[in-house]
Design a binder for this molecule. Sequence first.
Ligand SMILES: [Cu+2]
Length: 164
Amino acid sequence: MKKLFIFAALAAQAGAPVLAGVSDHGNGHGAHDSHSEQMAAGMPGTRSKASRSVKVIMKETDDGEMIFTPSAMQFKQGETIRFLVVNKGELDHEFVLDTPERNAMHKEAMAGGMEQHNTPNAVTLAPGKRGEIIWTFSNSGTFEFACLIPGHYESGMFGQVAVQ
Ligand SMILES: [Cu+2]
């Protein structure tokens, strides 16, 4: 509860919509109330409505960087995407989809000791694991995917999502 509260408080500070009721179904399963989970970057989607899948690889490189492949994405407003996220690295990584502003706040919270969260816009994976996020890009704008584990963003783990 504590980490959810901190995240919600940070979101409220920025004037962004708070993920009301996220603790009721934070594991990503079960029915979603799309109204309560609407975020600037969009909202959780339904798999049957996904128009395509995008595979996302997370890993460290030999020269000390940490990367996402692809490094940027482009979608059309209204599209539902099934992200298949694979951790091919040797460290834990996460894929968080949000606005750059909210990711920056969330990164600070994690640097201050907040643990990885479990919300519909994020998936945290141990080495060798895979996961998925179904997301509907209901708003146009420039968003961001990032790994907010301390030090990872600075090592290159972020990319732009343009929704037109
Ligand atoms: Cu990472």
